[in-house]
Design a protein around this ligand. Structure first.
Ligand SMILES: [Zn+2]
Length: 439
């Protein structure tokens, strides 16, 4: 073949290759554009509309508002602290029992409501619906709190429920007495206005959630199982309405947690016979352990972005962003590798991208001139092969698997009902599914 013939063939090949690439790119961009334009984040909402009790106004008067505030403050002042399985404040839990009976008299006297105390301090309520063929749902919250000491840099004493700059401060305001009180208070006011639901529902308030819920939640589950109760959905404490959840997002996002990330607490340790610092061995326990921890930090677990519920979250938020972000976020099938690289740069968004590793405690050494015989590090999440050193002993302290992902599509009645309720109360927010991350 002549040189000219060769060149012509190469030119022809290049032409075809470039045309093919352009066509592919065009097809991908057309598909992405169609998806951006056709995505309807509010599909499925109609599922929830019929449940709305239209004849009852949600408005409350000034006195009721004052009462509501006073009730929340009183609840926070009751020190229902769970420290350990053998150390829970039982007298405060009994006090809380007396408090809710006094604060919500209509709930406790209504013929529609059945209340029972479970495991001495937890509470189970059944609110009967007019249509027993409808599967009930359940709302959960917990009445215990983790310990709080005034020395922990609180702006106000942690059980004072003092108001400062328009906010109520105190242990349990967020986690989780606000939820207990919101549920009971809403039910109290609704019942006072003659509310009678079509669909029955349960309320469950555990007393030992902060130490595992083995007594309260477990016994409520046992009881309901024995009775053969099945739920349409269960709503527990979880997420909230956030401002600034993603850089560039205007307005607040109401996040419904549809799953929770798993977590493992590992303890790493290295043991060697003790020696004096004047005659140190070539490697010390601290050196070996520090090297292992450094390897863990240098080798994060692989990116899994775009495969979990974060996909739904970004797609639901996409329409709140301008071009090109809306285009990119509506098409994670195409752009997830790109977004993942951007998100992993920030610690707050890196957790959306992968299983993260965090060294949380490091103890070693008893005295400055004695080389430690035992060094410990607590490491969350761990890849054994990353450490690759048999002298580092690895023990699992505790852990739990990620929860199954609850459905949040346009056929998921529970999700749509919660979303509709949020939008009724906060019309300007964007409602998105998220993954809860334990801290
Ligand atoms: Zn909680």
């Amino acid at each position: 073949m002549t040189d000219t013939g060769k060149k012509l063939r190469i030119a022809k090949f290049l032409k075809i290759a470039i045309s093919c690439s352009l066509l592919t790119l065009l097809a991908l961009l057309t598909a992405a554009a169609l998806r951006t334009l056709s995505m309807d984040v509010n599909a499925g909402l109609q599922l929830a509309t019929w449940e709305k009790t239209a004849n009852i106004t949600l408005a409350i008067d000034r006195d009721q508002r004052e009462q509501l505030l006073a009730n929340l403050k009183e609840a926070i002042r009751i020190r229902t602290v769970s420290t350990s399985r053998t150390d829970i404040n039982t007298s405060a839990l009994l006090h809380f029992d007396r408090f809710i009976r006094k604060a919500f008299p209509t709930v406790f006297s209504s013929s529609l409501v059945k209340h029972e105390v479970v495991a001495d301090y937890s509470h189970l309520f059944w609110v009967q619906g007019s249509r027993p063929e409808l599967e009930p749902y359940m709302l959960l919250a917990h009445i215990d709190v983790v310990p709080a000491a005034e020395s922990d840099a609180w702006d106000v004493p942690p059980f004072s429920a003092d108001e400062k700059d328009g906010f109520i401060y105190g242990r349990g305001t967020m986690d989780d007495k606000s939820q207990v009180l919101a549920i009971l208070q809403a039910l109290e006011y609704l019942l006072m206005k003659g509310y009678a639901p079509q669909r029955g529902f349960y309320l469950g308030f555990g007393h030992d959630e902060e130490i595992g819920g083995d007594d309260g939640a477990m016994n409520i589950v046992k009881l309901l199982k024995e009775r053969g109760v099945r739920f349409l959905f269960v709503l527990d404490e979880g997420s909230a309405i956030f401002d600034g959840i993603l850089p560039g997002l205007d307005g607040a996002a109401a996040t419904i947690a549809t799953t929770e990330k798993g977590a493992t607490l590992l303890k790493l340790s290295v043991s060697m016979p003790p020696s004096h610092s004047s005659m140190p061995p070539r490697e010390t326990t601290i050196g070996i352990l520090a090297a292992a921890v450094k390897r863990l930090e240098d080798n994060p677990m692989k990116r899994l972005f775009g495969l979990g519920p974060e996909r739904g979250m970004l797609e639901h938020l996409a329409h709140k962003f301008r071009f090109p972000l809306n285009f990119i976020m509506s098409n994670l099938w195409l752009f997830s590798p790109l977004i993942a690289r951007v998100m992993e740069k920030s610690p707050t968004t890196n957790a959306f991208v992968r299983t993260t590793t965090a060294v949380t405690m490091f103890n070693a050494g008893v005295k400055e001139n004695v080389i430690a015989s035992h060094a410990e590090a607590f490491v969350l999440e761990f890849v054994e092969s990353t450490i690759g050193d048999p002298r580092v002993k690895i023990e699992v302290v505790s852990g739990f698997d990620p929860l199954p992902i609850s459905p949040y599509d346009e056929r998921a009645f529970g999700y749509q009902l919660i979303k509709k309720t949020v939008l009724d109360m906060f019309p300007s927010v964007t409602v998105v599914p998220v993954t809860l991350k334990k801290v």
